[in-house]
Each structure stands twice: as structure tokens, then as C-alpha cells.
Design a protein around this ligand. Structure first.
Ligand code: KG4
Ligand code: ZN
Length: 357
């Protein structure tokens, strides 16, 4: 097989239109030659969340330009690309179809290999672009659409250890933010406000904290935040609620990650235990510190991919394409988008798992 594979990645599963060119390096990591992400935050702000039809229209308008820009910035020509990878799920069908069709059309017209990538696999393999990491590793994805613990045994080999049974963690941040009058997406502002408040002011529930293994639940917490928000008397109390919410999240993550780590270690002692944390919520410094502290206690090496690889991007899709191509996982151009596509097909269905809505 050719050395130093170069792939074009395309991502349109939710509200980011993204394209990227990534080249494999001799040491097995990747070099990002271009990474274009066009976010639609402004388009969805007034609705307090992502509106599928608006997102799909924006993807259609931008996708051609974004792909051309990614190729131009990489200083390569399409003919130098070894393969095309596009996100095929999970996500919003109307959005997925845009990037997937663009990828299939390019691959078909140039007669290049095509790889249909699971968005979650993109996240799970993303830390390997910058760092050599051995399988297996423990992976926590905390984004606006997903919250799950995975044991990454290898490319295409995943065991889901736990997942949210209702809302994703980013969603819980965004809903709390909305109740406090903060614009979507409100996670970063909650982190800012939390610094100014008293984290012990409100006592909030930690749903299923002592049961359900490392599955998580945030719906009951959201209801408690709603009740507390109705009685808020001052701006200071808003800061207190943000701080109390973030502290409660940290307590939940600490406990559930500990359970996930024990589960990861249960079957086999690994020489080096690595714990990778990705997704937009992983940029929260209080959460980072909390999980770094726990990793030290449990003898895990914590790895946070850089922020531009943590949130949705196409470099991770191009990289997953390279990794899959290397083990001959090549797809047919008939591949269709999947709204629901869990990485571990043996794991039971849960509302919040593998479904990005
Ligand atoms: O991974 P991401 O960029 O996009 C997808 O969900 O696909 O994650 C976005 C989520 C949003 O819910 C946002 O509020 C949250 O990540 N987020 C944060 C922070 N920065 C982004 N949540 C808490 N603290 C932050 N600093
Ligand atoms: Zn994502």
C-alpha cells in the first residue's frame, strides 16, 4: 500500500460545514494540510438550537466553496488525493446527505476510493492525528449531540461502556444557559459565570449517580435547574446557579468516569492506560482539571485533543478515512446516510446514544 496517504474529509452531520485534507506522516501520525470549518451558530442563535432545514440549506450553499478552499489551502490538486471520506452518520439526515453526496460525487468522478465515516469514530480516532496512542484506550465524548464512554480497541472495534440515557452533556449546558438568558450555545458563558458564583448555593440532583454503571442522565438535573431559575432574584444568583450546575456536572463526571475506568481495567491490565476526552464540552477548564485529577488518582494518562480537533471538524473524518482505508474498509458509492449509527452495535439502544438530534 502507498506510503503517506492523503485524504479529503467532508463533514456536514449537524451545523458545521467542514472539509479538510490530511496526510499521513512516516511516524504514523497525521499532518493537517488544511482544515476549513464554517459554523452556523449565527443562523441558529434566535431559535436556541439547531434547526435541521436551516442547517441543510446552509450546507448546500457552502459545501462546494468549503471543499474547494480545503483543496486550495492544502496546496494540492484533487488528483493528488488518495481517497475521499465523508460523514455518513449519525446525524440529521437532511444535513448528512449534503456532505455524503458531495464526497461520493468527487470519488465517483475521479475514480478514487470512498470511505463512509461514522462521526463518532471520527471523534474517537481524532487524538491519533497529533499523538501516537496505542489501542486500547478509554474515550469520553462530551459534545452537544453525544455523551458516551467507549473502549477503543482498534479501528472499527469499539465497546460502549456507557452513554447518556437522555440529554447530551452539551445540551444540558445549553438548556441551563437558556434558562439563565444566555444565547445558544451557552456552554462557554456558563463556565465564565460559574467563576463568579458560589458553587454550594444551590443543591442540585445527580440522577442515577449510584446505579446504571457508567451510564449518565441529565434530565432530572435540567428540571431542577428550571425550578431554581424561576425563583432567581439577582444577577448574582444567576452566577450561583451556573456555578452550582457546573459543580454538579463535575461530580457526576468524576463518579461516572471512575466507574468507566474500573470497567476498562476489569478484563485486562494494560501497560499504559490512556484516557482521551473530546467534544466541545471538553474545552471547559473546570471539567478538564477535574478529569485530570481523577486520571492521576487512577493512574491514567489524560489526553485532550487540541480544541480545533475536539469540536466538529473534517480533519477527524479524513483521518478516520485513512485509518479505515489502511485496513481495507472501503465503501460502495451506494452507501446511504444513517441518522442512527451506534459504534458498538451490540450495545442496547438508548435515546441519547448514536442519535444526534
Ligand atoms: O463538539 P461540539 O463543538 O459540537 C457538537 O455538539 O457537535 O460541542 C458543542 C457543545 C455545545 O453544547 C456547547 O455549549 C458546548 O459544547 N461547550 C461547552 C464549552 N464550550 C463548548 N460546554 C461547557 N463549557 C465550555 N467551555
Ligand atoms: Zn461531534
Amino acid at each position: 500500500m502507498k506510503k503517506n496517504l492523503t485524504f479529503l474529509g467532508i463533514e456536514t452531520s449537524c451545523d458545521e460545514t467542514a472539509a479538510s485534507v490530511v496526510q499521513e506522516k512516516a511516524d504514523g501520525t497525521g499532518k493537517i494540510l488544511s482544515n476549513i470549518v464554517s459554523s452556523q451558530v449565527e443562523e441558529h442563535k434566535e431559535f436556541g438550537g439547531v434547526v435541521p432545514e436551516i442547517a441543510a440549506r446552509a450546507h448546500v450553499e457552502k459545501i462546494g466553496f468549503i471543499i474547494k478552499k480545503a483543496i486550495k489551502n492544502s496546496k494540492l490538486h484533487l488528483k493528488n488525493i488518495d481517497g475521499i471520506a465523508a460523514t455518513a452518520g449519525p446525524g440529521l439526515m437532511v444535513c448528512l446527505t449534503v456532505g455524503l453526496n458531495a464526497g461520493k460525487a468527487i470519488a465517483g468522478s475521479l475514480n478514487k476510493p470512498f470511505i463512509a465515516v461514522n462521526h463518532l469514530e471520527g471523534h474517537a480516532l481524532s487524538p491519533k492525528i497529533n499523538k501516537k496512542i496505542e489501542f486500547p484506550y478509554l474515550f469520553l465524548l462530551i459534545s452537544g449531540g453525544h455523551t458516551q464512554f467507549l473502549k477503543v480497541n482498534g479501528v472499527n472495534k469499539y465497546k460502549r461502556l456507557g452513554t447518556t440515557i437522555d440529554d447530551a452533556l452539551g445540551e444540558a449546558f445549553d438548556k441551563t444557559a437558556k434558562l439563565l438568558g444566555i444565547e445558544f450555545p451557552g456552554g462557554p458563558k456558563i463556565e465564565e459565570w460559574a467563576k463568579k458564583g458560589d458553587e454550594n448555593f444551590f443543591k442540585l440532583p445527580k440522577p442515577i449517580i449510584n446505579r446504571g454503571g457508567c451510564n449518565l442522565s441529565f434530565a432530572g438535573l435540567k428540571t431542577a435547574v428550571l425550578r431554581a431559575s424561576i425563583k432567581l432574584k439577582s444577577k448574582k444568583e444567576k452566577y450561583h446557579l451556573a456555578a452550582s450546575f457546573q459543580k454538579t456536572i463535575n461530580e457526576i463526571l468524576y463518579k461516572k468516569t471512575k466507574v468507566a475506568m474500573d470497567e476498562f481495567l476489569k478484563h485486562k491490565k494494560h501497560k499504559k492506560n490512556t484516557f482521551v476526552i473530546a467534544g466541545g464540552v471538553a474545552s471547559n477548564l473546570a471539567i478538564r482539571e477535574n478529569l485530570i485529577r481523577l486520571s492521576e488518582e487512577k493512574n491514567f494518562i489524560p489526553v485532550f485533543p487540541p480544541v480545533h480537533l475536539c469540536s466538529d471538524n473534517a480533519a477527524m473524518i479524513a483521518w478516520a478515512g485513512i485509518e479505515r482505508y489502511k485496513i481495507k474498509l472501503i465503501d460502495d458509492l451506494k452507501f446511504t446516510a444513517k441518522a442512527r449509527w451506534p459504534l458498538d452495535s451490540s450495545a442496547p439502544f438508548m435515546k441519547g446514544a448514536g442519535l444526534k438530534l
